[in-house]
Design a protein around this ligand. Structure first.
Ligand code: NAP
Length: 495
């Protein structure tokens, strides 16, 4: 066992302990190993970080956008150089298997490549004027100082979705990562530091949601909040930050469905479902937690799914044989287990799993058996609420319309997919699925960073991350009128 890291906050360009010196601990969820001692910051640390971001704002705002983009591009190169090492660290800190952890880092690298280019785009537009000798255009301004609050399940990718576009747009930031994954947050900040980011432009404060998070969302000098996490905390962010009239982007939970029609390639569907439902131990916002299958192929699909679920290997994600790692912590495992109990009580048929897994070689780990329920109905809680673990529910449908109604019959609207070879069915599903992301003949996960990412209904508040949509969130529009007539011309009056 190696020595635990000693993590610090990064404020105004210097690494420093929490002012009060309070410390908490960061554990490997597969082994129980103590990975790091981390600051347990409070309002004072948060206020210092906001002050540093305020002080750095003008300098960064006035740095030409292509230069801001170059810093992000260099940070992407640092991540690429350190990809293997960061992937391994991620598996140790949050548990996902190494292949997926490397994908998570790659997403950050891709985001740097894309967003650095926005430094030379960030397009506005010119347009006509209703008056003679008058020029009109719309340009983008940065917003100011913002807070970035992130979850633990994509500890590199999600922070980069927010931080890279926000920085390229000219904002300065305070970053509060999840307390379960601060090490990856530190590594991201170190990459930007190595890339030449000036002090104060990005500040890292490690500490709890109740202290650091609450202070950020209510701080009078924070002008926007980009938040990804649970619906419960998202509502809290919306109400507190909304009260302060801050701009708020919320990316929240999902209850994502895969629809399997009777004409589907069932082997492909099974591959897509297994990957989407049990990858990252079901802890992806886009994880498939419902399979809605046409009754004509129900039995065949369930039989194949069951065989595959039973063959999944649980263990430490650094072991290449392992397909499903631990869940993030003990309370999360407890929550998953209580949902399984609810499912059984509601009358769903438990086909596989359904128990905490005790692995003799990894007694300190938080493992849960990959779980499959059949005969689930849309009214059951396990069919409606986000479980965020390796638990999949199979729901039967009678044709496409019924499948679409069931897929849409939840409060969330992040991702959905349909397996079918029939182009008419596929296009109806694309039109009628009430989700921000639709996959055809693929599972519910696997977003690419140059397309908008986010959900409809209870998954968010209408903003999107990634692609050019991210620049829309992190900038203000400014309309500019240049009158070169030499006289007063009044719009709507002197036309
Ligand atoms: P969470 O409990 O809501 O926490 C998210 C972040 O909010 C963490 O940094 C947390 O800090 C912080 N926080 C907690 N209380 C706060 C408060 N009162 N004020 C401000 N910040 C506060 O979510 P999670 O368990 O980390 O992540 C899982 C959830 O994220 C799932 O619901 C998943 O679907 C969702 N998610 C959504 C997307 C998407 O793009 N739609 C992507 C990934 C994940 P602490 O760590 O200190 O508690």
């Amino acid at each position: 066992m190696s020595q635990p890291y000693r993590l610090q906050n990064y404020i105004g360009g210097t690494w420093q302990d929490a002012v009060q010196g309070a410390v908490s601990e960061d554990y490997n969820p597969a082994t129980g190993e103590l990975l790091a001692l981390i600051p347990d910051s409070d309002q004072e640390d948060t206020d210092r970080a906001v002050a540093a971001a305020v002080a750095a704002y003008d300098g960064w705002r006035l740095t030409p956008a292509p230069k801001r983009g170059e810093v992000v591009a260099r940070a992407g190169m640092v991540l690429a150089r350190r990809k293997q090492e960061l992937g391994r660290l991620m598996t140790r800190e949050m548990g996902k298997v190494l292949e997926e952890a490397l994908g998570d880092v790659q997403e950050g690298i891709d985001m740097a490549a894309y967003m650095s280019g926005e430094g030379r785009r960030s397009f506005g537009y010119t347009t006509t004027s209703e008056l003679p000798d008058k020029f009109a255009m719309a340009v983008r301004d940065p917003i100011g100082v913002g807070a970035v609050i992130t979850p633990w399940n994509f500890p590199m990718a999600i922070p980069t979705w927010k931080i890279f576009p926000a920085l390229v747009a000219g904002n300065t930031l305070v970053f509060k990562p999840a307390t379960d994954t601060p090490l990856l947050a530190m590594e991201l900040v170190r990459a930007l530091e190595e890339a030449g980011l000036p002090g104060g432009v990005l500040n890292l404060v490690v500490g709890s949601g109740s202290k650091v998070g609450e202070r950020l969302i209510s701080h009078p000098q924070i002008q926007f909040v980009s938040f990804t996490g649970s619906g419960e905390i998202g509502r809290r962010v919306a109400s507190v930050a909304g009260e302060g009239l801050k701009r708020i982007s919320l990316e929240l939970g999902g209850k994502n469905a895969v629809i399997v029609m009777d004409d589907a390639n069932l082997d492909l569907a099974v591959d897509g479902i297994i990957w989407s439902a049990y990858g990252t131990a079901g802890q992806r916002c886009t994880a498939c937690s419902r399979v809605i299958v046409d009754k004509k192929v129900h039995d065949k699909l369930v039989e194949r799914l069951l065989a595959r679920v039973q063959a999944l290997t649980l263990g430490d994600g650094l072991d290449p044989q392992v397909k499903v790692g631990p869940v993030i912590n003990r309370p999360a495992r407890q929550r998953i287990d209580s949902y399984v109990e609810i499912g059984v009580k509601e009358g769903a048929r438990l086909l596989a799993g359904g128990k905490v897994a005790e692995l003799p070689d990894l007694p300190g780990g938080h493992f849960y058996e990959p779980t499959l329920f059949d005969q689930v109905t849309p009214e059951m809680r396990i069919a409606k609420e986000e479980i965020f673990g390796p638990v999949l529910s199979v729901i039967e449908a009678n044709g496409l319309e019924d499948a679409l109604t069931k897929a849409n019959g939840v409060a969330y609207g992040l991702s959905a997919s349909i397996f079918s070879q029939d182009v008419n069915r596929v296009f109806r599903a694309i039109r009628d699925l009430a989700t921000g992301i639709v996959y055809v003949n693929a599972g519910t996960t696997g977003a690419e960073i140059h397309l908008p990412f986010g959900g409809q209904k209870g998954t968010g508040n209408g903003h999107r991350e990634a692609g050019t949509a991210a620049i829309d969130f992190f900038t203000e529009w400014k309309a500019v009128y240049v009158d070169y007539s030499g006289r007063l011309q009044r719009a709507q009056i002197d036309t």
